[in-house]
Design a binder for this molecule. Structure first.
Ligand SMILES: Cc1ncc(COP(=O)(O)O)c(C=O)c1O
Length: 372
């Protein structure tokens, strides 16, 4: 009989937001499903991406460009770095995994915040590392001081999402500067900036950590994705920007042909599509205001968000489950937060105007069925 590694046996599998088709099958629903569970871009694919895919679909019998030559160069130019500082993989989830695969020996330590992106503990567990799981502050902010305090000579990676998922909160420029300044050289800071463009748009004092890498902090490794603001979640493109030495080693452990050709062409088309990104940010800004106000009208305070989703406490875990289940029956999928350690909270992606209306109406209807 096969025997898997012991540390893998304890892993709870990553459970994504419920796909629309699954809900349709389960409940026999026929109308439009409103999925606000996975922080996808509600505008749909950028027209330039569709065009790029159509133009290159006839090449899918060929292996993709293993080096992502053109995309890597375009990203390097976009960020003002050398191409040797870029590594592309299948989503930023892929890059999060590459960092762990490259750096972690069993028994090494990984520092991350609780109530953050679920890949981080998953990686620590997969590679038999020691978890240093830092409690979230009562104001829902990731506790950077406590993270620094948890570092030991055995610490290899700090995973930090800024802004954070699922809280939507961020640590501002000054806090990040102090944090990076205090970081010992032997620790790689995997700074996950999946929501960077939303944060840049929504608040003044958010700042990417890229400038620290550019200023010579070789242990700052930036993670970005095309899944959110560039509306390409289904194509799986993310990338890391880091020290050429680190990135060079990372290339050794990535899978060959790790980014499919249609995704490479699509990402090239999407990268500098300013019009689409501006529209995305505008829809998000307006949708966020409407969603927060609508939730307040129904009696829910929200956690201030600098992303494309909103987290709100529902009172109790039972009530959160009741509301999320009730919404499913109305064809609206939101994300219950039990797996994230927030069972009494619900996370909702900012959708289009009509999707927010459908969500709020659905929630209002479910609330009316609640036993007082
Ligand atoms: C903080 C954070 N990092 C990374 C990811 C992974 O995104 P992807 O693998 O699609 O790039 C997500 C997705 O929700 C996220 O919220």
């Amino acid at each position: 009989m096969f025997r898997v590694r012991e540390n893998v046996m304890g892993i709870r599998p990553y459970k994504p937001g419920k796909p629309s088709d699954e809900l349709r099958r389960e409940l026999g629903l026929e109308g439009e499903i409103v999925k606000l569970a996975s922080n996808e871009n509600p505008l749909g694919p950028p027209p330039r991406v569709m065009q790029a895919i159509r133009a290159h679909v006839g090449e899918v019998h060929l292996y993709p460009d293993d080096s992502c030559y053109y995309l890597t160069r375009a990203l390097a130019e976009h960020h003002g770095v050398d191409p040797s500082m870029i590594i592309v993989d299948r989503g930023s989830a892929g890059v999060i995994e590459l960092a762990a695969k490259l750096l972690l020996d069993p028994g090494d330590e990984v520092v991350y915040s609780e109530k953050s992106f679920l890949m981080y503990p998953l990686m620590a567990q997969t590679f038999a590392a020691v978890h240093k799981n830092i409690p979230l502050r009562p104001d829902y902010l990731i506790d950077l001081d406590a993270m620094l305090g948890a570092i030991t000579p055995k610490t290899k990676i700090i995973y930090l999402a800024n802004p954070n998922n699922p809280t939507g909160t961020y640590n501002g420029a000054a806090a990040l500067e102090r944090f990076v300044g205090a970081l010992p050289d032997h620790v790689v800071l995997a700074l996950d900036e999946a929501y960077v463009l939303f944060a840049d748009d929504l608040v003044e004092d958010y700042e990417s950590g890229l400038k620290y890498l550019l200023a010579g902090r070789r242990n700052v490794f930036i993670l970005r994705t095309f899944s959110k603001s560039h509306a390409m979640a289904g194509l799986r493109v993310g990338y890391g920007i880091g020290d050429p030495g680190l990135v060079g080693e990372m290339h050794k452990v990535r899978a060959p042909f790790n980014v499919v050709s249609l995704a490479q062409h699509a990402a090239l088309a999407a990268l500098d599509d300013k019009e689409f990104i501006e529209r995305t940010l505008e829809v998000n800004r307006e949708g966020m205001a409407k969603l927060v106000e609508g939730l307040r009208g129904l009696g829910f305070e929200t956690v201030p968000s600098t992303t494309n989703f909103v987290l709100f406490p529902a009172g109790t875990a039972e009530r959160a489950a009741f509301l999320a289940d009730g919404l499913l029956k109305t064809g609206v999928i939101v994300r219950p937060m039990t797996a994230f350690g927030l069972p009494d909270h619900i996370r909702v992606t900012v959708g289009l105007d009509w999707q927010i209306d459908t969500f709020l109406e659905g929630l209002g209807a479910v609330l009316k069925t609640e036993k007082k």
